[in-house]
Design a binder for this molecule. Structure first.
Ligand SMILES: [Zn+2]
Length: 72
């Protein structure tokens, strides 16, 4: 079990969707609690790191403005 390496602006996909239907989140705050912003509705939440580690399904590649044709 590898520790989750988090940095600001990392993008995460969680196992369960937000009520808005979005799965993808951006890390906006690091600390004892991790701040995440829903990429779909823009809402922010604070979760304990242990909770984030449980919920994360995968890390997503960073969004790049020059790379708009990411494969799905
Ligand atoms: Zn949302």
């Amino acid at each position: 079990m590898q520790p989750l390496q988090l940095e600001l602006r990392d993008r995460l996909r969680l196992r369960k969707p937000h009520p808005c239907g979005g799965y993808d989140w951006e890390v906006v705050r690091l600390g004892a609690d991790i701040g995440l912003r829903c990429e779909t509705c823009g809402r922010r939440v604070l979760l304990p790191r242990s909770e984030v580690e449980r919920r994360v399904k995968q890390k997503l590649p960073p969004l790049s403005q020059t790379d708009s044709n990411a494969e799905v």
